[in-house]
Design a protein around this ligand. Structure first.
Ligand SMILES: NC(=O)c1ccc[n+]([C@@H]2O[C@H](COP(=O)([O-])OP(=O)(O)OC[C@H]3O[C@@H](n4cnc5c(N)ncnc54)[C@H](O)[C@@H]3O)[C@@H](O)[C@H]2O)c1
Length: 345
């Protein structure tokens, strides 16, 4: 069994917890690569919102402001613990999160008590202090850490995790089929067909908490920078602008991405690709998270620590080491590593 602690019981957590009911009961999860036969169990969960803290996980995942739909019955009765707030309610988040009056628990002690092996951090964008805090507690408790937020945690703490032989994967999760992944894929295809991509842009609209807070000036710039940088790695110097552009409440968990990619081909004639894509934000995180949790457990067992390049550059928008391979080539590189590895006893 893989023992997982969740940090932040928001929309992505809701979809992930629901997916475990299916994963553990051997239902199909489309697009998922299976690395382990063991079930994945949530053994601890932390939040700061009074609508979630003190509630069983099976209820907390559907508490406001979460908007992810109920796809399946969840049986996990584990009580959500009060984590320390740090910068978890900074700026616009103070209008959205209803802070719990309970005293924070010791995160490290809880991770040790519950024998957590993998900590999955699903904190809001921009929570640098909280993201770093949970990573440090995870390191002290000897658990692998997955940082889905844009905070540079794997980049800054990677060396410490490496020395302790504990995996850390980050930063900023790349959705299974979100706008950024699709954008990278279309550019790679055009490049492969000999098109010189000249410029491209992408707008994303959703009705989630993340979409609301991504409108706050500095968070908007942060997201725009990270998405644009990743797309730029495959676009040979093209002008790229990508970011979250608006919050539309009635969309709920639905995300609308709109991409325009312009290039030239043949003897210089123009080509323009115009794509509109509708996905579900919470479920977008499920497959990468299921794969990452399994990989974290495997490499923790093999004492292969730090931010493994083969993992981070495939699953994250801002890995510690960026490279210019297509997503397909990055997948192949991870498969090669999985084939070649020699488990340490
Ligand atoms: N959905 C996806 O596909 C996807 C893709 C890429 C990245 N991400 C990243 O995943 C993260 C989570 O996204 P989400 O949509 O679930 O966000 P969300 O806002 O729905 O959930 C965040 C949760 O964290 C809690 N929180 C805030 N401060 C805390 C603290 N100090 N301790 C414990 N809990 C705290 C909030 O109360 C909330 O429940 C974001 O950083 C986002 O950028 C998600």
């Amino acid at each position: 069994m893989v023992r997982v602690a969740l940090v932040g019981v928001g929309n992505a957590s809701s979809a992930f917890v629901q997916s475990l009911e299916l994963f553990n009961n051997k239902h199909d999860i489309y697009g998922m690569h299976k690395f382990l036969e063991e079930p994945i169990e949530i053994v601890a969960a932390f939040d700061i919102d009074k609508r979630k803290v003190g509630k069983p996980l099976k209820e907390a995942i559907f508490s406001p402001p979460n908007v992810v739909a109920k796809y399946t019955e969840v049986r996990n009765d584990l009580i959500v613990l009060r984590g320390p707030t740090l910068d978890g309610r900074e700026g616009i988040l103070s209008d959205i999160i209803d802070e719990s009056d309970d005293q924070p628990v010791s995160v490290r002690d809880e991770l040790i008590r519950t024998k957590a092996e993998v900590v999955v951090s699903l904190l809001p964008t921009g929570t640098d202090k909280a993201s770093r805090f949970y990573a440090e507690e995870s390191l002290e408790a000897g658990a692998a850490f997955i940082n889905t937020t844009p905070s540079a945690v794997a980049k800054e703490l990677g060396q410490k995790f490496y020395q302790s032989k504990i995996p850390i994967f980050g930063d900023d999760l790349l959705s299974q089929i979100g706008g950024t992944a699709a954008h990278v894929g279309i550019i790679s295809f055009l490049r492969e067909r000999g098109v010189k991509v000249v410029r491209s842009y992408q707008v994303d609209i959703a009705g989630t908490t993340e979409a609301t807070i991504s409108l706050e000036g500095w968070r908007k710039e942060l997201k725009k920078g990270l998405k644009s940088n990743l797309i730029a790695t495959v676009s040979d110097g093209a002008e790229v602008t990508a970011g979250t552009s608006d919050y539309v409440g009635f969309l709920g968990d639905r995300r609308v991405s709109y991409m325009v990619i312009e290039g030239i081909y043949s003897f210089g004639v123009p080509v323009r690709v115009d794509v509109s894509m509708k996905t579900y934000d919470g479920p977008n995180a499920v497959v990468p998270l299921l794969e990452l949790v399994q990989l974290a457990k495997i490499f923790l067992g093999e004492r292969k620590g730090g931010p493994l390049k083969e993992v981070c550059s495939l699953y994250f928008k801002s890995p510690p080491e960026q490279d210019s391979l297509s997503l397909e080539e990055r997948r192949r590189r991870l498969e090669d590593l999985m084939m070649k590895r020699t488990p340490v006893r």
